[in-house]
Write a protein that binds this ligand. Structure first.
Ligand code: NAP
Length: 240
């Protein structure tokens, strides 16, 4: 593993929300950061505003995590350009919510493909490069929806429960190669995903920077220690 000031990182879904805060936090610490989103416009806009904010070492690419070829091509470009990959944040995600007997099968499939298959694609593409570089860190952004099922959440709950399972098994496969892996399970975070879900006050919620902080803190953790499953929730949610 290289010294902390020299890390190369890839954040999926980095054009807004939690991913964008992670990109900013990593770039702010001097790391070379790559990020992706599906929308080329969204990626370009985020890249330009990050550059205006002084994040010179940030590169955005349009890449759909549902497509392994696109993810592998992005990881290959990172290897060609920067020679290695030290940190992968599998953050890209979405939610479709409906009673299970009304959920369109294509919507269910999309949630599983983005939230579960996407992180597998990231791990599958990045792990060989990390192994060659002597190790790294992979963070999988799951959710407290990985343990708390809710009505209308069949697709989202299944994807996030599944992601924790994938993360824990993959961690056992890869830790002997110096690759540490953690599933991070946030509660409510004030982002666009949350506002499209329902209109509500957001002042009690976690902020995207709180999730970014978990990642930057874990990067500073002693190498012998592997916190592999982290829950983070608002301290003072509204009382039910
Ligand atoms: P968000 O604001 O909607 O941002 C989602 C990001 O993912 C965007 O950059 C989006 O860009 C990208 N994305 C979506 N589908 C993609 C795909 N197929 N390929 C590549 N990029 C894709 O969401 P967020 O609230 O920040 O959530 C980020 C992660 O945190 C998700 O995994 C979510 O499940 C998890 N999470 C969120 C909360 C919360 O309360 N907000 C709580 C717990 C966990 P494009 O649209 O351009 O693709």
């Amino acid at each position: 593993m290289t010294s902390s000031s020299e890390r190369v990182a890839l954040v999926t879904g980095g054009s807004r929300g939690i991913g964008r805060a992670i990109v900013e936090a990593l770039a702010g610490r001097g790391h070379r950061v790559w990020f992706c989103g599906r929308s080329a416009d969204g990626v370009r806009t985020a890249e330009a505003s990050l550059a205006r904010a002084g994040a010179a070492t940030v590169r955005g690419r349009a890449c759909d995590v549902r497509d392994f070829k696109q993810v592998a091509a992005l990881v290959a470009e990172i290897e060609t350009t920067d020679g290695r990959l030290d940190v992968l944040v599998n953050n890209a995600g979405l939610g479709h919510f409906a009673p299970v007997d009304e959920m369109e099968p294509e919507r269910f499939r999309e949630v599983i493909e983005v939230n579960l298959l996407g992180p597998f694609h990231g791990v599958r593409a990045a792990a060989p490069l990390m192994k060659r570089g002597g190790g790294g860190w992979i963070f999988n952004i799951s959710s407290l929806a990985a343990k708390n099922a809710f009505a209308g959440g069949a697709a989202y709950n299944a994807s996030k429960f599944g992601l924790v399972g994938m993360s824990e098994a993959a961690m056992l496969d890869l830790r002997h190669d110096g690759i540490r892996m953690a599933a991070i399970c946030p509660g409510s975070v004030a982002t666009e995903m949350r506002t499209t879900l329902r209109a509500e006050p957001q002042d009690w919620m976690l902020r995207p920077e709180d999730i970014a902080r978990v990642i930057t803190d874990l990067l500073d953790f002693p190498e012998r220690a592997l916190p592999s499953l982290i829950e983070i929730r608002p301290s003072r949610p509204p009382k039910k």
